[in-house]
Design a protein around this ligand. Structure first.
Ligand code: NAD
Length: 482
């Protein structure tokens, strides 16, 4: 009798201590106080400090290691489902926070997260010979540190999560400060659903109030095994300079070449479709066109038939004056007016006193190469068209203004030789022919989707295998069964 009482008391004490312990850890390591959703080990993955976010992701990884592939698949299915079913609410939230881009495309970019490959992409390799059987397995790294851009805050995060979790990793995000709110909300929703589905928490963690300083801490953190940086030149340089292995999805300035053999209607339609997407925020988006003299005027007319609005020389000069300040040093970059990034064509037009018809997708017009819209990655729906003497001249200009980012280039042509020469000359990660830029990421072309295209570090369109390390397992003299 006494024994039974002691046991009962011990159990009660243990339960009380466990509850207290949970609450204590919730208070010390939780995120930024979104009260009702608070979970024992943080605010469903949102943490105040990099240390806490990494520690939680490390604990998450220890549990995730023992999770079956089937359950990994279930975790990823939660991300696909939320991005699809809640695309409207989350897309709107992203637009309201970042104030750049277009609502229809913010929503679509979430709906298509399901095109990002998951566990079905994993594989193992085997070598069978006189000395037995050797298997190469693709294993997780552990905790990955990732930074994401403001141009597609939640889509990039969600796409990274799908790839990284498929490979068995957990991940800590330091999102762009101007897209952090929606990124945190996505992380909360993903974690909660994953916990309900497979009972594991903190597979995804995030710094609730990110800064450049917290990004630096993540880059340096001993608990982080691999870095993934998606963004512009600053973060690309910082990640490349880091002592850790980094996968860098850097900036681009995708040129389009149109030669005299092109299907001009298709070229015009494709240029408008790609450049208008999310108001030209895509790193793969058509940023400048080099078209040959023979078809130049016909191409410009065709763009007008596909809801482009043509500006004349003086209107372009006015827009350029508003969009760029002169370089700070002679020979330097024109300074982009960041307030205009991702704004609607109608808004850009109104700034120069022009009213455009409803439904206008892009503004466009003829410039020469000295106009800063050509060399700069402007990320707004004005597309400069530059006259080239012939296809080889157009390709030379395309190479010059892609700046060797080796990101994306596009051609409209029916001449296989010209396409081949451009492909070789540009040496870009994506080379799209006769379609809009997104055909290079599986929308309208073959292939799968990713929002992180690793350019300077060479991994290309990232997928689950990008985030794995190879491990070899050798069986000596046995298991070759033939
Ligand atoms: P950005 O470079 O301003 O910011 C990207 C991320 O890096 C943010 O999280 C930011 O806080 C962080 N960051 C910036 N400077 C840093 C530094 N010195 N150290 C550590 N972190 C730093 O870019 P953005 O405006 O958010 O996004 C647009 C840019 O990203 C464009 O250049 C675009 O081409 C590029 N981009 C590339 C890809 C790709 O897959 N290659 C995808 C999307 C966007």
């Amino acid at each position: 009798m006494i024994q039974a009482n002691e046991q009962a008391i011990r159990q009660v004490v243990q339960e009380v201590l466990a509850q207290l312990g949970k609450r204590a850890s919730g208070l010390t390591s939780s995120g930024n106080g979104h009260g009702s959703n608070r979970h024992a080990s943080g605010d469903w993955g949102v943490f105040r400090t990099v240390d806490d976010a990494v520690a939680a992701a490390a604990q998450g990884f220890e549990k995730f290691r023992n999770v079956s592939l089937e359950n990994r698949g279930k975790a990823i299915a939660c991300v696909y489902r939320i991005c699809d079913e809640q695309s409207e609410e989350l897309g709107r939230m992203e637009l309201e926070e970042t104030k750049i881009g277009r609502l229809d495309h913010k929503i679509e970019k979430l709906q298509i997260v399901k095109l990002v490959p998951g566990i079905e992409f994993l594989k193992c390799d085997a070598l069978s010979g006189d000395h037995g059987l050797t298997v190469t397995e693709y294993a997780p790294f552990g905790v990955i540190g990732a930074v994401t851009p403001v141009t597609h805050s939640l889509p990039t995060l969600a796409g990274n999560v799908v790839n990284m979790l498929a490979a068995g990793n957990t991940v800590v995000f330091n999102p762009h400060p101007s897209g952090a709110r929606v990124a945190c909300e996505g992380v909360r929703r993903f974690n909660r659903a994953i916990y309900e589905a497979i009972g594991v928490e903190n597979l995804i963690t995030i710094v609730g109030e990110p800064t450049l300083e917290t990004a630096g801490q993540l880059f340096e953190h001993r608990g982080v095994r691999l870095l993934v940086a998606t963004g512009g030149p600053g973060v690309a340089r910082a990640a490349l300079a880091s002592k850790k292995r980094a996968i860098v999805a850097g900036p681009g300035n995708p040129p389009v070449v149109v030669d005299e053999t092109a299907d001009l209607e298709n070229a015009a339609r494709s240029i408008v479709q790609g450049a208008a997407y999310d108001n030209n925020l895509l790193c793969i988006g058509e940023k400048e066109v080099f078209a040959v003299e023979r078809i130049f005027d016909a191409l410009l007319e065709a763009v007008g038939r596909h809801r482009g609005f043509r500006l004349n020389r003086s209107q372009i000069a006015e827009l350029t004056k508003i969009a760029f300040a002169p370089p700070e040093k002679p020979g330097g970059h024109a300074v982009l007016n960041r307030d205009l990034i991702g704004k609607d064509a109608a808004v850009l037009a109104s700034l120069i006193g022009v009213r455009v018809p409803a439904g206008t997708q892009i503004l466009y017009g003829e410039t020469d190469t000295s106009n800063p819209f050509v060399p700069e990655e402007q990320m707004m729906p004005f597309v400069p068209f530059v006259r080239a003497r012939d296809a080889m001249h157009a390709i030379d200009l395309a190479r010059e203004f892609e700046h060797n980012f080796k990101h994306t280039s596009i051609i409209h042509s029916r001449n296989v030789r010209t396409m081949t020469i451009m492909g070789r000359t540009m040496d870009t990660t994506l080379f799209v022919k006769n379609g809009p830029c997104m055909a290079g990421l599986g929308s309208g072309g073959e292939g799968y989707l990713s929002y992180s295209i690793a350019t300077p570090t060479g991994e290309g369109v990232t997928n689950p295998l990008t985030f794995t390390r190879q491990r070899r397992c050798a069986m000596v003299d046995d298991l070759r069964i033939i």
